[in-house]
Design a protein around this ligand. Structure first.
Ligand code: FA5
Length: 343
């Protein structure tokens, strides 16, 4: 084949391919054009390449050079067309970029409503003199139970009510029915961790996830958040407990909130109460509280004759739900942006 004939075929093909790549309005038509011209098996450029073998020997270098140029040119056009279609049809090059066109505002994420509530609670309690303490979510049984005056035979340790971890230590350990680790079921564990390391006075809050195998319903979830408060000093009384909870609730709801104590039982407080709050209507149970049991003070080496303490543990989801009128706790964890966007 003469060189001129080969180059003509190549130019004609380049012309047609360029027209089709530039005209492709969507990914489907572009892909059809790619297969027609650049297809690895039976694309038209491949056919032309086969013709290269029939070009006179002396003209082969020139024909090959031009073939490679056209191939490169078509590949560049194809990737420009791909970008144009992905861009919704706009060709953006450095030279025709217009800085005066208003930009597209990117959709910004924001903090989860529970995180927002946590930040607000930390802020309010900080103003009341409480600092934040942290503890692990994978906890040992001493901190989750024993040190909190919950003995081995106590029903609160039932495997049906707790997430025990089947760790290697459990399997090879002496006592197969009592594992070593669990997902903490309450933030009260942090009371112990702080008191073990600190001498009174203590004034801390701890906020974080806790885990219980509760069936999910409108007010329960197997993973939820608690805020724990602990104040240890001389002459701490139930009156302090009620004032702190009331101040806390009034700051959070920015309104007049009534706090009601109902007698209850927790092994680590004596007396113990359930804390109800009433704000714009019904009474809602937010958590438990009480005066730290002398056994707990002794377990961490404090002298109950010298110091006393108050403690409370409230459900953060319940607080957030009440504030925003959310009626189903499961909404927090569906990751549905239509819900999350509202807060
Ligand atoms: C406790 O967890 C105690 N540790 C509270 C406490 C702390 C008492 C300090 C005394 C001194 P209770 O199991 O009642 O208590 O849980 C406290 C709150 O957590 C409940 O009132 C509720 O608001 C919330 N809660 C409990 N279970 C769930 C759940 N499955 N889903 C969402 N919130 C829950």
């Amino acid at each position: 084949m003469a060189l001129a004939e080969f180059l003509n075929t190549l130019d004609e093909l380049a012309k047609q391919a360029t027209a089709q790549f530039e005209a492709a309005a969507d990914a489907v038509s572009l892909e059809a054009a790619r297969v027609e011209f650049l297809g690895a098996k039976s694309g038209r450029l491949k056919d032309v390449q086969k013709g290269l073998g029939q070009v006179d020997k002396a003209d082969k270098p020139a024909a090959g050079k031009r073939f490679n140029e056209v191939k490169q040119q078509l590949e560049t056009l194809f990737s420009a067309a791909t970008k144009r279609i992905a861009n919704g049809g706009c060709v953006e090059t450095a030279s025709d970029f217009d800085p005066t066109i208003p930009g597209k505002r990117p959709v910004l994420g924001h903090l989860h409503p529970i995180t927002q509530t946590i930040e607000e609670l930390v802020d309010i309690m900080g103003r009341l003199g409480f600092t934040v303490a942290e503890g692990p979510e994978i906890e040992d049984l001493w901190h989750n139970f024993d040190a909190l005056n919950i003995p081995l035979e106590h029903p609160a340790r039932d495997p049906l009510d707790n997430f025990y971890l089947a760790t290697a230590e459990t399997m090879s350990g002496q006592n197969k029915t009592e594992p070593k680790w669990m997902l903490r079921s309450q933030t009260s564990t942090v009371q112990i961790r702080v008191m073990e390391k600190t001498q009174p006075p203590v004034r801390i809050i701890s906020l974080g996830r806790v885990y219980r195998p509760d069936t999910a319903d409108a007010t329960h979830y197997p993973m939820f958040h608690q805020i724990e408060g602990l104040l240890i000093d001389r002459h701490v009384t139930m009156a302090d407990l009620k004032s702190i909870l009331r101040l806390f609730a009034e700051s959070f709801f920015e309104d007049d909130v009534h706090v009601r104590f109902r007698p209850s039982f927790f092994p680590f407080t004596e007396p113990s109460v359930e804390v109800d709050m009433s704000w714009a209507g019904d009474w809602i149970e937010f958590g438990g509280a009480g005066m730290v049991d002398p056994n707990v003070l002794r377990a961490v080496g404090y002298d109950p004759e010298e110091v006393s303490g108050l403690a409370f543990g409230l459900g953060i989801e319940r607080i957030c739900m009440r504030r925003h009128g959310i009626t189903d706790i499961r909404e927090f964890y569906k990751n549905d942006v239509r819900f999350l966007h509202q807060f």
